[in-house]
Write a protein that binds this ligand. Structure first.
Ligand SMILES: O=C(O)[C@H](O)COP(=O)(O)O
Length: 230
């Protein structure tokens, strides 16, 4: 089995990253800055010769468009791509749409940090029929849309998808790019780098910065680096 690479990229800045609002599954688009970050990520892939053969992304516009900007910049828009809800952002429950600073002012820094970064404490559940309830969205037809997810809940859907659909492509020697979200990527990084439940609380994934995992014989070599540092 040959050596290859897994490239992870978090979407570029979204409108609600800019407005500092909890987003989760809500489908906001990229800002102009986010588009530029995504394009720059693709230019970096091309400059470093890190060219993906196969792409995976979520059902969310910001990740899909990031993938397309990056692939376009790397002259790779033609590669096969698969979209799946299991790569979606962690569902932010009843916090969806709220301003992150106002939520800190109301509930305190510690509580908000627990909601954002703890391993297994989910945010408060979204109310049925909330403006941000996506249960009736046609893109999620047949899917049991969660009402809130912790990082642990996110791992429970990201990891089996990764093992069933992405790992075999890497094992076949292809370079894979995954364009996804802060917390769905934290779920993958936790697994691939063997990070403990405690230590994962300190891991942040920046927007638009390709992270590379070299693979040997279908398994991660143990190394992880930012492509901009290579
Ligand atoms: O869903 C969101 O609000 C962001 O994509 C990630 O937010 P976080 O940094 O609060 O997890």
């Amino acid at each position: 089995m040959s050596a290859t690479n897994l490239i992870l990229v978090r979407h570029g800045q979204s409108q609600w990253n800019l407005e500092n609002r909890f987003t989760g599954w809500w489908d906001v688009d990229l800002t102009e800055k986010g588009e530029a970050e995504a394009k720059a990520a693709g230019e970096l892939l091309a400059a470093k010769g890190m060219l993906p053969d196969v792409a995976f992304t979520s059902f969310q516009t910001r990740a899909i468009r990031t993938l397309h900007f990056a692939l376009h910049a790397a002259n790779r828009l033609w590669i096969p791509e698969t979209k799946d809800w299991r790569l979606n952002e962690r569902h932010y429950g009843g916090l969806t749409g709220l301003d992150k600073q106002e939520t800190r002012d109301k509930h305190g820094d510690d509580q908000v940090h627990i909601w954002r970064r703890s391993f297994d404490t989910p945010p408060p559940a979204m109310e049925k029929g909330s403006t941000f309830d996506l249960s009736a969205d046609p893109r999620y037809a047949g899917i049991d849309v969660p009402m809130a997810e912790s990082l642990k809940d996110t791992i429970i859907r990201v990891l089996p998808y990764y093992e069933a659909e992405i790992e075999p492509v890497l094992a076949s020697g292809k370079t894979v790019i995954v364009s996804a979200h802060g917390n769905s990527l934290r779920a993958l990084v936790k697994h691939l780098s063997g990070i403990s439940d405690d230590d994962i609380t300190g891991l942040e994934i920046p927007t638009g910065q390709p992270i590379v995992y070299p693979f040997e014989g279908g398994k991660p070599s143990g190394e992880r680096y930012y492509l901009s540092d290579a």
